[in-house]
Write a protein that binds this ligand. Structure first.
Ligand SMILES: Cc1cc2nc3c(=O)[nH]c(=O)nc-3n(C[C@H](O)[C@H](O)[C@H](O)COP(=O)(O)OP(=O)(O)OC[C@H]3O[C@@H](n4cnc5c(N)ncnc54)[C@H](O)[C@@H]3O)c2cc1C
Length: 229
């Protein structure tokens, strides 16, 4: 397995690629914050260029230390572009977004959202080492619901040939966090429009067992449901 990079000092590069032109005070480069946002997010969007065309895909992902794993069919544009990129890997940008609230201002212009995001840039490479393939799948499945991988059949060699596992090392990565709620022009505060913050959160619904499932949800699942209700 290729060594996972260790952010040292425990912060990611503040490079031109991870420096926005606006609201730089909202950026966080420390690994603890970047990891916490990644761990709270359910899905990632991965952008890349294939055959000269910009592409973007929503994907399941998982984090192991400073490495992210995603997967895609071996015949997909993403997998073929990674193959064609060779040892250098395919340049990608990966974003995760958590919408924490809708911010309703009195003025149309000041409507906004509170959010936590991470954007990472770097080369995506296909993982072929069998031990790392197993680690990557465990990482992604347990990212969905901790403990789930051990309660599932591991991928078979035929499946890991058909579906590629890909790794992105966090080097150029940063979080951006907006959390201050409403901000608007002082002159607008007397306008007669409702204004305020509407918190959002992702909650789990009632589980629907598949046909043939006769047992109660296992402990790891009831625990997760309890923390997401
Ligand atoms: C749910 C949501 C809705 C948003 N809606 C709007 C909108 O309607 N209009 C708008 O202008 N902005 C919006 N933003 C903010 C937007 O994501 C950018 O942060 C913002 O446009 C700043 O652009 P920039 O030109 O300064 O960044 P750029 O200079 O284009 O960014 C340079 C680099 O900075 C980093 N970066 C920039 N933004 C982020 C981010 N959000 N998270 C992590 N890293 C980042 C990336 O590495 C990026 O490659 C929204 C964000 C979220 C999460």
């Amino acid at each position: 397995m290729t060594a996972v990079p260790d952010p040292s000092p425990p912060a990611y590069d503040r490079s031109p690629a991870t420096t926005p032109t606006r609201y730089r005070d909202r950026m966080r480069y420390d690994a603890d914050t970047v990891h916490a946002v990644l761990d709270d997010a359910f899905l990632a969007h991965v952008s890349f260029v294939a055959s000269g065309q910009p592409q973007i895909l929503p994907l399941i992902f998982g984090r192991h230390a400073s490495r992210l794993y995603v997967h895609a069919s071996s015949g997909s544009h993403l997998a073929l572009a990674v193959r064609d990129a060779g040892d250098a890997g395919l340049p990608v940008s990966l974003a995760v977004t958590i919408a924490d609230s809708v911010v309703l201002a009195r003025s149309a212009m000041h409507h906004s959202m509170d959010f936590r995001c991470v954007v990472a840039h770097g080369p995506l490479r296909r993982v072929t080492d069998p031990d790392e393939v197993a680690l990557g799948w465990r990482t992604m499945i347990d990212h969905l619901i901790p403990g789930r991988y051990a309660d599932s059949r591991p991928p078979a060699p035929r499946e890991t040939a058909q579906t590629g596992l890909f790794a992105l090392d966090l080097v150029e990565a940063a979080a951006k966090i907006r959390s201050h709620g409403l901000s608007e022009d002082e002159a607008d505060r007397t306008l007669d429009h409702w204004a305020g913050v509407i918190p959002l959160r992702t909650t789990a619904g009632t589980p629907r067992p598949d046909n043939g499932v006769t047992t109660e949800p296992p402990t790891y699942l009831t625990h997760w449901l309890g923390t997401h209700s």
